[in-house]
Design a protein around this ligand. Sequence first.
Ligand code: IZC
Ligand code: ZN
Length: 414
Amino acid sequence: MDYDLLVYNIGELILPKATLTPLKGEEMKQLTVKNNAAFATKGENIVWIGTNEEVSHLHAKEYLDAEQKVVSPGLVDPHTHLVFGGSREKELALKQAGVPYLEILANGGGILSTVEATKQATEEELVKKASFHLERMISYGVTTMEAKSGYGLDTETELKQLRVVKHLNRKYPVSIVSTFLGPHAIPPSQKGKEHEFLQEMIELLDVVKSENLAEYADIFCETGVFTIEQSKHFLLKAKEKGFGMKIHADEIDSLGGTELAVDIGAISADHLVAASDEGIRKLAKSETVAVLLPGTTFYLGKDSYARARKMIDEGVAVSLATDFNPGSCVTENLQLIMSLAALKLKMTVEEIWNAVTVNGAFAIGQGGEAGTLEVGKQASFVVWDVPNYMYIPYHFGVNHAKTVYCRGKKVWER
Ligand SMILES: O=C(O)CC1=NCN=C1
Ligand SMILES: [Zn+2]
């Protein structure tokens, strides 16, 4: 057979387990690392995986010498707020002065200031800005991700954001899973009328569905934002309308969003810094993926991180994401999150690789599609300029990617 691309002379090929369900607990420690490997692609897919010794008799249109470097599946970032207007650097001084995140929000800043900037921006301006951040994510090795709305809090602007995600999906070969996060905050004009606002967001789900603008619905379940009861009501309505469910849960206060996520069958529960022992126990018995966001904890200057070690040791499926957004975690660098996962969450390197590939894919309904390198699956991979698979979490804050391919096509090269 004539291949399209033959990648050879791979020092270490990282092969997360081919699985139909997220890796949970002890399974997260399993990671196959194949030395002196090679693989071949045809069209968008991988068609052969073998050893370097086997390549001499193989023919391809294009050859890529990995120069004994590390190759992994394309990374998966399952939690981003990619589409937004403006920026919030002016709030840095407030953060430095110790003003809590929720207080900035309560005073009309935070999410609400991004809402104003997003309302002012045209769809074209949002596409341009999101493209800039998306191209940076791709340069860091991300080939599958999620992007939320949530900076409109009104019909017109929420739809504008989701249409931007749809545009980006057409413009770039990477896969962007879209999430409607209409109930991200309460508009000042609706203070005291949360129920009416939530009803408006529930009705907006019908338009989102009719335009096929999002696969998931999400809500910020937090003190001063939406309660457990409101979150359950919104998410079950979304489920009725055919959306998958996600929830910003137990980010700052322990309201029990983790338990709610499991009870209603959400595909993921995100943040979980303040998840209770009961919430962790429930997660371990469920298929709900814990999406941990250590970059946000770092950026908010918090001391206590999500209890990843306890979660994994009790059997939870854990993934990692940037939570890229203009206020609580302003970085597109998933590799930095890998370092924080090692240093602050005490996750092993093998667990971290599984968390940013196969488990990240399951957190956004892409399990079995993305996050692994298998014959018959998409040829989305990264060549890393590092000596071994342990190196990325060890050397933080930089970009280790050398070449990024998405579905058999080169999308970025240093
Ligand atoms: O602050 C933001 O813009 C993003 C965020 N939503 C919930 N937590 C953080
Ligand atoms: Zn978020």
